[in-house]
Design a protein around this ligand. Structure first.
Ligand SMILES: [Zn+2]
Length: 262
């Protein structure tokens, strides 16, 4: 495994990431298992607010690890604020983690239970930092909103994404994806758990204030199966590897406190 070559397979997966990314064994790694009865209820935690009204998505791409929708983050048109955050954080991108057949797929778990998928909306602190990359390595640089997905009925809006997936089947492919507002992917309740953690992919920087929504959203098996048509591999590679099980398992809590909004 060379420096920038990592994945989710036997040889390059989460259990060996620490060889090139020592943060993997750090003190605030993500994801974690959230145990609701051990969470401290913090009355000082306010509601989170998602100002996504002027949101402008740019493109959708396959980065070889997930499918990513990128946003224009040149100003404060789409931000998350409130809750544990001291100032607004700008939306940069969102992406998903999912499993193969079966129930696994989320990164965070709740009392040891997995969901089939997890959506991550990645925001950065543009008040304190000049660029996303500066923020991504700072302890208070990023805020990631995590949303669990479970299977059931078709999701009314998620088809806008799943219908675009065939265009980004291969690693490295990218296509225009304008005017998508992720507000349509939020569950009805914004109650959350929050804790200090890290990116869940290399370089695993410990820069994330995690905000995990308690209420999952629902997608159908048919919609989920479209994510599994994506490939980890590029068009020119001989071996084709289906993109699935692109999640890191829960990491040790190491004395951290998880707080709850209600
Ligand atoms: Zn993620």
């Amino acid at each position: 495994m060379s420096e920038n070559r990592w994945g989710y397979g036997k040889e390059d997966g989460p259990s060996v990431w620490h060889k090139h990314y020592p943060s993997a064994k750090g003190n605030r790694q993500s994801p974690i298992d959230i145990i609701p009865h051990q969470v401290s209820h913090d009355p000082s935690l306010g509601q989170i607010v998602l100002n996504y009204d002027q949101c402008t998505s740019i493109n959708i791409s396959n980065n070889g690890h997930s499918v990513v929708v990128e946003f224009d983050d040149s100003d404060d048109r789409s931000v998350i604020l409130g809750g544990p955050l001291d100032n607004p954080y700008r939306l940069k991108q969102f992406h998903f983690h999912w499993g193969g057949k079966g129930c696994r797929g989320s990164e965070h778990t709740v009392a040891g239970n997995c969901y089939v998928s997890e959506l991550h909306l990645v925001h950065w602190n543009a008040v304190k930092f000049r660029t996303y990359s500066d923020a991504a390595t700072a302890p208070d640089g990023l805020a990631v909103l995590g949303i669990f997905l479970e299977t059931g009925d078709d999701h009314r809006w998620l088809h806008m994404i799943t219908d675009a997936l065939y265009m980004v089947k291969f690693k490295g492919s990218v296509t225009d994806f304008k005017g998508f507002n992720p507000k349509c992917l939020l569950p009805s309740s914004l109650h959350y758990w929050t804790y200090l953690g890290s990116l869940t992919t290399p370089p695993l920087d410990e820069s994330v204030t995690w905000i995990i929504l308690k209420e999952p959203i629902t997608l159908s098996e048919r919609q989920l199966s479209k994510f599994r048509m994506l490939l980890f591999t590029a068009e020119e590679e001989d071996q084709r590897m289906r993109m699935e099980n692109n999640f890191r398992p829960p990491q040790p809590l190491k004395g951290r406190k998880v707080r709850s909004s209600v």
